[in-house]
Write a protein that binds this ligand. Structure first.
Ligand SMILES: Nc1nc2c(c(=O)[nH]1)N[C@H]1C(S)=C(S)[C@@H](COP(=O)(O)O)O[C@H]1N2
Ligand SMILES: [Mo]
Length: 298
């Protein structure tokens, strides 16, 4: 008997996307050499809403390298996402510097429709293209001493003027445990809405960890390292009592400035209840079952 267990990101595209976008995306996926052979198999898993229109999600962003406001798109246009080298190193057997397009070809991208939840209590649904982080981890062959993976964004104050402000500990840094990095859901994003990743989304390479608050989803990644100690993230350095390492979504654990009980869906009126692990408990709760850490949810 052939029974295939569906993954939560395997959504019927036609059910969450206007037809025009659906066909555009198809054409793009078929045409792009860099995006050959999308592997997502789409089965009938309902999502709680339609994908958030691109016109909304590209005009309401957090990208502190470029702007302190939500309107970062125009300034992020200065970023040059090609050519772009990603350095993979630290405690691994196969360190290397790899060109982003070579990496995309090697990793065989697929599409995943993910919820994204910012700690500021707004959320969106975006069709990303990219590949499972665990594929990159496997290729790097981490050593047994490697317990965490550390990500670092680009650093270029000429391109991103906010990086000149000394109060911020640039470059932007984030981290995951190796177990989290090897979870199916952890995704490296190289495209969105059936196109190469727009600058404002963090071109050319960005993380998506949809069960965690959005600040974990680091943009414009240039360096990935396997390390033995827990990395200190950008926001933790800036304000450790507000932004922790784990940052798993939980409606019952308020942030100092934002209740997490409800959230705004970008482009939709009203407020909606927040879901534990942003709705991905089935996939990720197991990662934390032996961890009794009060900081798991901030
Ligand atoms: N390098 C970098 N990555 C970042 C940020 C940032 O300011 N710089 N903001 C984070 C936050 S707080 C969120 S909510 C998401 C926002 O992603 P979006 O702008 O694509 O919606 O990116 C995250 N990744
Ligand atoms: Mo955020």
């Amino acid at each position: 008997m052939l029974i295939r267990l569906r993954k939560s990101w395997e959504l019927p595209e036609s059910c969450v996307t206007p037809q025009r976008l659906f066909f555009n995306r198809r054409a793009f996926l078929a045409a792009g050499a860099a995006l050959a052979a999308p592997r997502a198999i789409r089965a009938g898993v309902p999502l709680d809403r339609a994908t958030t229109p691109e016109s909304v999600t590209t005009n309401y962003n957090n990208f502190v390298e470029f702007s302190a406001s939500k309107y970062a798109a125009a300034k992020a246009a200065a970023l040059k996402p090609r050519p772009w080298t990603v350095s993979i190193g630290g405690l691994c057997a196969k360190p290397r510097d790899v060109d982003i397009d070579a990496l995309i070809k090697e990793m065989n991208v697929e599409e995943r429709i993910y919820r994204h939840r910012c700690v500021e209590a707004w959320s969106m649904v975006v069709p990303w293209t990219g590949f499972a982080l665990k594929k990159l981890v496997a290729a790097a062959e981490p050593k047994p001493e490697a317990k965490y993976i550390r990500f670092e964004s680009f650093m270029d104050p000429q391109v991103a003027p906010f990086q000149k402000q000394r109060v911020y500990p640039f470059p932007y840094v984030e981290g995951l445990t190796l177990d989290e990095a090897n979870n199916d859901l952890a995704f490296l994003v190289t495209g969105a809405y059936g196109k190469p990743l727009q600058n404002v989304f963090g071109a050319p390479l960005r993380l998506a960890t949809p069960w965690k608050y959005g600040f974990k989803s680091i943009k414009s990644i240039q360096r990935i390292s396997f390390v033995s100690e827990r990395p200190q993230s950008f926001w933790e350095k800036l304000q450790g009592d507000e932004y922790g390492f784990w940052a798993n979504v939980n409606p019952d654990v308020p942030h100092k400035r934002w209740s997490q009980a409800t959230e705004e869906w970008l482009g939709v009126d009203g407020r909606h209840p927040t879901l534990l692990f942003n709705g991905y408990a089935q996939e990720v709760a197991g990662l934390y079952k032996n961890l009794d850490d009060k900081t798991l949810f901030f």
